[in-house]
Ligand binder design. Structure first.
Ligand code: HEC
Ligand code: HEC
Length: 456
């Protein structure tokens, strides 16, 4: 074959087309590409998963022979992962009796750090047990002040009340089914969905359609976009597993040090309890827990009802936040953004439950902007929801209907639409939620007694 020589002009043109093509691809990837569909789910070797299962169910003791360090504790909330994660099979959610008390401490004079952690219910050494009262002793209230009257105060001095820097919140155990799939959702899919929502909402406002749902906030954490935890506090599953080992069981891992009692002096780092291989195995087990299913009822009428409920779920706007498919993973029903489902306190109505920033007169640093507000929670994935009662971050909703009706704040418009549906349609929507079940192939617990509470 003879090669024809291209003229300089043709060469330029070719290069031009090439550059244009590259630029087009770059623009597409930057703005429209949500990542490849997730074709292969999370995988791990059978031997690793089996070792991980043993570690997940093991009831840890202080100085446990399976541990490389001091074993359970010094502070802990239970003796095994399975103690809290068991509903609907090994790895599921847990009831309210296993709730965890999370705390936040606001910056105080001389201590600008914003802290968060867990108040541990148990300790190996009886003196080390943590309580909310003890936490408040370590981080006492900031004394209020009385200010001499200013020009606008009509001669009356102003008193600013004491400020309590400690907030606590009951947190419910989430189910872990399918978490390995969520780990595979790329950050860019979440960011792209949030941006497209923003554009849609802006267009609706231009058309004077105020019937909108504000776009939630992306939570950015050290490892990327926060997808795990009720507040999206971790970007990767492996980080959350390390935090669970450290905080719930007091097991140090190669990536996270075991929790210390709040009052303990910070001496040198203790030896990790799980070595690299054990930790990898535990993550492999959690990551390959089966994913939840959308159960198809046997009889035709019930099947139609569920299908109608699923359509209504989209029509009334639930799917705006509970996005069915994202980043190539189908049926998780979340956008992984933060929303507030509480109505803001009435103007001038003083401090409702959520008015945590200190009064400006005290001149204390406020909450860093990128920390979620107390009322902000991540849209939880709804897959498997029917097998994870009670509902919401604090387990305050006993039924799926309660959970829906408690959506105020950012979701208020959608909840109003739900409430205006005829009774039969409401029932159908709830029947759809009821079809989101734990995987039928979830493993039973080897030792069901492990779910009892640890002894104080
Ligand atoms: C005392 C009860 C308790 C124990 C024990 C416990 N967890 Fe959890 N787990 C929770 C709670 C509560 C949450 C929700 C925490 C949050 O979102 O802030 C949770 C959340 C998780 C999540 C995040 C899931 C998601 O999708 O956001 C993972 C992963 C997890 N736990 C793994 C483990 C592992 C592994 C162990 C054992 C090392 C363990 N947990 C032990 C109560 C417990
Ligand atoms: C503005 C976003 C938004 C909209 C719209 C929305 N949700 Fe939610 N949903 C959330 C958030 C955030 C939570 C977690 C709140 C919490 O834990 O306090 C939640 C929690 C839930 C829960 C409890 C899940 C669990 O694991 O406990 C259910 C069930 C639920 N939503 C169903 C619905 C239904 C049905 C609709 C439509 C009628 C809807 N949601 C509309 C954001 C939304």
């Amino acid at each position: 074959m003879r090669l024809t020589r291209l003229t300089t002009r043709d060469q330029r043109r070719l290069v031009g087309f090439g550059l244009f093509g590259l630029a087009a691809v770059a623009v597409y990837v930057q703005f429209f590409f949500a990542g490849l569909p997730v074709l292969w789910g999370p995988r791990a070797s059978a031997a690793e998963v089996a070792e991980g299962r043993v570690l997940f169910e093991h009831e840890w003791e202080p100085n446990d022979p399976l541990a490389q360090g001091d074993g359970l504790g010094p502070v802990f909330n239970a003796r095994s992962c399975a103690a809290c994660h068991f509903q609907g099979g090994l790895g599921g959610g847990g009831g309210s009796e296993h709730n965890v008390t999370a705390f936040e401490v606001f910056p105080r004079p001389g201590d600008p750090t914003f802290r968060s952690g867990v108040v541990h219910n148990f300790s190996v050494d009886p003196g080390g047990r943590e309580t909310i009262k003890g936490l408040r002793r370590v981080f006492p209230s900031v004394r209020g002040r009385t200010f001499p009257p200013g020009p606008a105060d009509c001669g009356v001095p102003r008193t600013v009340p004491d400020f309590d820097p400690v907030r606590t919140e009951e947190i419910q155990t989430t189910a872990l089914f399918g978490v390995g799939w969520i780990d595979l959702i790329p950050d860019r899919a979440i960011l792209l969905n949030a941006r497209n929502r923003g554009l849609r909402e802006a267009r609706r406002e231009l058309q004077l359609d105020f019937d909108s749902v504000p776009v939630g906030r992306v939570r950015r954490v050290a490892g990327g976009v926060g997808k795990f935890g009720w507040k999206g506090q971790f970007a990767t599953l492996s980080e959350f597993v390390a935090a669970a080992c450290a905080n719930e069981l007091g097991l140090g891992t190669p990536t996270a040090e075991q929790a210390r009692p709040i009052t303990a002096p910070a001496d040198g780092p203790p030896a990790p309890d799980l070595d690299r291989k054990q930790f990898r195995a535990l993550v492999a087990f959690v990551k390959t827990l089966p994913r939840p299913v959308e159960a198809e009822p046997g009889d035709a009428a019930a099947r139609d009802q569920v299908a109608r409920g699923k359509r209504l779920f989209g029509e009334v706007g639930c799917a705006i936040c509970h996005v069915p498919d994202l980043g190539g993973v189908k049926g998780a029903y979340s956008d992984f953004l933060l929303y507030s489902l509480e109505d803001p306190p009435p103007p001038g109505g003083g401090s409702g439950r959520y008015d945590p920033d200190p009064p400006p007169e005290l001149l204390l640093p406020t909450r860093p902007d990128d920390e979620p507000k107390p009322a902000e929670w991540k849209t939880p994935p709804l897959w498997g929801v029917a097998d994870s009662a009670p509902y919401l971050h604090d387990g305050s909703a006993g039924t799926l209907r309660d959970a829906v009706l408690k959506h105020l704040g950012d979701a208020k418009g959608v909840t109003e639409k739900f409430k205006s549906l005829p009774a039969g349609d409401q029932t159908a929507l709830l029947a759809f939620l009821g079809s989101l079940r734990a995987p039928p192939d979830a493993l039973p617990l080897s030792n069901p007694a492990a779910t009892r509470l640890a002894k104080k």
